[in-house]
Design a protein around this ligand. Structure first.
Ligand code: BDR
Ligand code: CA
Length: 327
């Protein structure tokens, strides 16, 4: 199977970083370009974290383009209480990026790449949907120009992580999420919500020590950057470890066969104060036609196998990951 040509839009914090490793070092993805957006951390920190993560994956050649600094209408609320002040677990051990960010704005890149390569590129979004919505204002048919669009967003079971019922990416910029939903079609756009991560992508104590024992630079990096998320999971979500929402979304894009359960539905998003960012899933017979494919379950074993083999440096690319610069 040829590697999947990818554009990744990310607010790089600790789990985005692991998703970038999967995309760039599993051998399943061909990362052409990365765009960044404010979310987990302010834009400059997320851009730096994306550059560092690609470097750890051995892909300093991938250009990173910063995008929107704030949501469409709301004040930026970051998740530094979850991912650390630096978004990467505040370990003090991050290497400096060897490459700088590109001057061209992310929205220009999201618009121009699929026009140059119609139907070829898969877009994976790992943060608030601000850049995508801004691009859609310019090109209403943008999503159809991609081969497929996968978004880590929402919580289809209405169990939230930022509020009782809302997931962070959908909550952070719900107006942007609505713009994306209004342009979506179920054969083109798939959402993987936090419900999937909570059930099928939790790193138990055993998984965490397995990751640590791999002893490679990528495994050490993936383990360390999730340090503060592990504390948050223990104190707030009560899961049996930290979960990996962006990596499981990336795994679905790279290997759709991991999907165990999905549904097509008409989905909207709540904008009001009490329900901000909550998904409104209309399953009535009288509902408007579906606009989205929602992934509901993923193979936990398949996801973790991809994670461990990638972090062990035995991704299918055959790339020698022993001498990664800057790590
Ligand atoms: C999502 O929000 C962020 O905290 C994570 O990076 C992920 O994209 C999970 O709700
Ligand atoms: Ca993210």
């Amino acid at each position: 199977m040829p590697a999947l040509p990818l554009i990744i839009d990310t607010d790089t914090g600790s789990d985005d970083a692991v998703a970038l490793l999967l995309a760039a070092a599993s051998g399943l993805g061909d990362v052409r370009v990365v765009t960044t957006v404010a979310g987990n951390v302010p834009l400059s920190a997320g851009t730096r974290n994306a550059l560092v993560s690609l470097q750890v994956a051995g892909r300093v050649d991938v250009p990173v383009h910063p995008g929107c600094e704030r949501p469409m209408t709301r004040t930026l609320s970051t998740a530094q209480h979850v991912h650390g002040q630096d978004g990467m677990g505040d370990t003090g051990l991050l290497p400096d990026p060897m490459r700088s960010a590109e001057p061209q704005h992310a929205v220009e890149v999201l618009l121009s790449y699929p026009r140059r390569h119609p139907g070829e590129l898969t877009l994976v979004t790992l943060g608030p949907l601000t850049n995508i919505a801004a691009a859609l204002v310019r090109d209403r048919d943008l999503l159809t120009r991609y081969r497929h669009v996968y978004c880590m967003a929402g919580a289809a079971d209405l169990s939230g992580n930022i509020t009782a019922t809302a997931e962070f990416n959908a909550w952070a910029d719900p107006e942007a999420a609505r713009v994306v939903l209004q342009a979506a079609r179920p054969d083109k756009v798939t959402w993987i919500g936090w419900d999937v991560s909570r059930r099928d992508a939790v790193m138990t104590a055993e998984d965490q020590s397995r990751l640590e024992r791999l002893g490679t630079p990528m495994a050490a990096f993936a383990h360390r950057v999730n340090r503060t998320v592990a504390d948050w999971a223990r104190d707030v979500t009560g899961l049996a470890g930290y979960d990996l929402p962006d990596p499981v979304a990336m795994a679905v894009a790279l290997r759709p066969k991991l999907i165990i359960e999905r549904e097509e539905a008409h989905v909207d998003i709540a904008l009001g104060d009490e329900t901000r960012g909550q998904l409104i899933i209309d399953r009535r017979r009288s509902a408007p036609p579906p606009n989205l494919t929602l992934v509901r379950r993923v193979s936990e074993a398949g996801f973790k196998d991809l994670l461990f083999t990638t972090c062990a440096g035995i991704g299918q690319s055959g790339r020698d990951l022993k001498d990664i610069p800057g790590v």
